[in-house]
Design a binder for this molecule. Structure first.
Ligand SMILES: Cc1ncc(COP(=O)(O)O)c(C=O)c1O
Length: 389
């Protein structure tokens, strides 16, 4: 029994512990964590969120238990935000979850409960927590290439009728490279023809090309396939990181199937955490149900998106000026909070050691966490390690 108290083996997920501590030294530029930062380096509460919180505090609603599916108004608001008014919204069910991670885990459990031993395909590279969450739920994981359309489609032709394919709806983490509109269409055709179920992870909608454009592939897929799973995070686009707000959506073919799916999600929630936290869901619902707050939120989201895009363009411009046009072109094509620097792990380590710039060793930086006045220093650091003998 006492063995439980021995130090656990090092978890590869946390091998970036040194970089996580980089904030303690202000001269270091910590671009590891996926958090939006303004030009002063802060992650302020969005004005729409603050206003919603004031209204909620004044209303002083009850903190009574909400139930296993969480806040019903939030679930309705999420269905409408994500699926719009298309027919798929009428054949879908939503359950509030503990953020995007909770949605991924609950949907993974749903797959395992309904089809034990299912294979789920994830991108290579993938969001660092995809494989651990799916495997923890008991699923088998295989990978498909994700940075190039033809290779991705070729790999996905290997997915079978009973498989599930996990796709990031927009702003792919970590690469910043999304499928083209034609690739999404081809994937919808393939899924409809083969029978595999798309499982879309949405964590950055609104931060790529804008909310409508970022949600378009998810909506198109939902119209084209009989069954689909969607994991939604409100952490980034509402700035509700620590309020752990998210939603799991299942699109299905019959009312009975949807009822079964909701019950399976509720059963999974019961054994994992019972009920999701209310505060963030109440905030999101207050914003989405009020025209003024919704407009304010969309404006703020757009400002965040524009700042990310400006950082990326400035970085590419400086890199071009420093003679690294090919790398600049690669960066300029990427979208969302992350950029994958075209550097080797050795070059990323040199960037840390010589320039105090911290990305992951695989090359990912949080471009949304980069102060405008330090973009040039990142370009110069990259040029320095690229030019090194
Ligand atoms: C692709 C992707 N999915 C899901 C999540 C989980 O987000 P949350 O903080 O809402 O659990 C993240 C977080 O970084 C992510 O990048």
């Amino acid at each position: 029994m006492l063995e439980l108290l021995l130090p656990p083996p090092v978890d590869p997920l946390w091998d970036l512990a040194e970089a996580y501590g980089a904030d303690a030294r202000p001269e270091r530029l910590n671009l590891v964590l996926g958090v939006y930062r303004d030009d002063r380096g802060g992650t302020p509460v969005m004005a729409a969120v603050r206003e919603a919180e004031i209204r909620l505090a004044e209303r002083s609603a009850s903190k009574e238990y909400r139930g296993l599916s969480g806040n019903a108004a939030f679930n309705r608001a999420m269905l409408s935000l994500i699926l719009g008014s298309g027919p798929s919204a009428d054949r879908a069910v939503a359950v509030q979850t503990v953020a995007g991670s909770g949605a991924l885990r609950l949907l993974a459990d749903l797959i395992c409960r309904t089809r034990p031993g299912t294979t789920v395909w994830i991108s290579d590279p993938a969001y660092v927590n995809h494989r651990p969450i799916l495997e923890a739920a008991g699923l088998t994981v295989r990978t498909y290439a994700c940075t190039d359309g033809p290779a991705m489609l070729r790999d996905l032709t290997r997915a079978g009728r009973d498989d599930v394919v996990l796709l990031q709806g927009c702003c792919h983490n970590p690469t910043g490279v999304d499928p083209s509109a034609e690739d999404w269409e081809a994937m919808a055709d393939l899924a409809a023809r083969t029978g595999w179920v798309p499982f879309v992870d949405l964590a950055y909608h609104g931060l790529g090309d804008g909310l409508a454009a970022d949600l378009a592939p998810t909506r198109m897929l939902a119209e084209r396939v009989p069954e689909m799973l969607i994991a939604i995070s409100c952490s980034k686009n509402f700035g509700l990181y620590s309020d752990r707000t998210g939603c799991a959506i299942v699109v299905g073919t019959s009312r009975q199937a949807l009822r079964h799916a909701e019950t399976a999600l509720q059963n999974a929630a019961r054994t994992l955490y019972s009920m999701p936290p209310e505060h963030g869901a109440a905030v999101v619902t207050t914003i989405l149900e009020d025209e003024t707050l919704r407009t304010l939120w969309q404006t703020e989201l757009d400002t965040m998106r524009a700042r990310i895009e400006a950082n990326r363009i400035t970085l590419a411009t400086h890199l071009t000026a420093l003679g690294h046009e090919a790398q600049a072109r690669t960066l300029a094509r990427q979208k969302g909070m992350f950029s994958m620097l075209p550097l080797t792990p050795e070059q990323m380590l040199r960037l840390r050691a010589e320039c105090a710039i911290y990305g992951t060793t695989a090359g990912r930086i949080n471009i949304a966490g980069l102060p405008t006045d330090r973009v040039e220093c990142v370009a110069k650091g990259m040029a320095q390690v690229l030019d090194a003998p």
